[in-house]
Design a protein around this ligand. Structure first.
Ligand code: BGC
Length: 247
């Protein structure tokens, strides 16, 4: 068993995970993300979720930030005060334990999809993308992660991919699936041109409606809807905590 917590813009969610199957054991607890979502306020909420499960083992935590040597170095869609935060120390103090792993949210979700998702995601050079407030990315070769890629910030005609084609952009600009899919397609063409993956795996809430937009894409690389959906971040976080601690 492991424990994962996924820190998102609107909710912080945690659950006990069966690491052999990628399934939750018992319920998932969700608490609204505090506002402002400062490091201390988020750490206190994470601690509340872990306590509510009465979990005393290792904990994996995702953040929508680049995490290098357990320091958050970017804050595109979270409170700017995260930049420079020593996240291991922050959560170790809040949770009263050292057995922790903190990693980027899309990296966690990508690792989980590769382990428990569609078979086509397990082999080859896979680009996993989450479409939400931003565009998160995880790049994996035969399941091994190249961490902290930030493909959502690639510039297309001077504009960041995530500002054009996140699902938040679709909502903000009230775009039809057809119009939005055209933007996603342009972004995927650019990723394919530069990185030549064997497959894209697309996640985030909007992957639930994949039938409305994936068939409209023209990119010459298979686009596979993610299978774990909103479970992926929690499962990947739990896996990371476990692997980091493995002898
Ligand atoms: C952040 C990434 C994150 C993604 C999804 C982007 O804006 O820069 O680190 O993975 O949003 O939350």
């Amino acid at each position: 068993m492991g424990f994962g917590v996924d820190v998102g813009g609107s909710g912080i969610k945690g659950a006990v995970v069966d690491l052999r199957t990628g399934e939750f054991v018992g319920e998932r607890i969700k608490i609204a993300t505090p506002k402002p979502a400062t490091p201390q306020a988020v750490a206190d909420t994470v601690a509340q979720i872990v306590r509510a499960h009465d979990w005393h083992g290792p904990v994996g935590i995702t953040l929508p930030s680049v995490i290098r040597q357990q320091v958050a170095t970017t804050a595109a869609n979270i409170d700017p005060s995260w930049v420079g935060t020593q996240v291991h120390d922050l959560f170790a103090e809040a949770l009263g334990r050292e057995e922790l792993a903190v990693l980027n949210d899309a990296d966690a979700a990508g690792v989980a999809e590769v382990a428990f998702g569609e078979p086509q995601a397990r082999e080859g050079a896979v680009i996993f993308l989450t479409f939400g407030t931003g565009i998160g990315s995880a790049m994996l070769v035969d399941g091994t992660l190249f961490p902290n890629t930030e493909l959502g910030h690639l510039l297309l005609d001077g504009k960041e991919a995530e500002h054009l084609a996140s699902s938040a952009a679709k909502d903000r600009e009230d775009l039809s699936y057809k119009k939005w899919a055209k933007r996603v397609d342009a972004v995927l063409h650019e990723y394919a041109r530069l990185l030549n993956p064997t497959a894209f795996v697309v996640g985030g809430g909007i992957s639930r409606k994949a039938d409305k937009w994936v068939p409209l894409l023209t990119v010459d690389v298979p686009v596979i809807p993610a299978k774990l959906r909103n479970r992926a971040g929690i499962v990947g976080a739990a896996m990371a905590a476990h692997t980091h601690l493995a002898p």
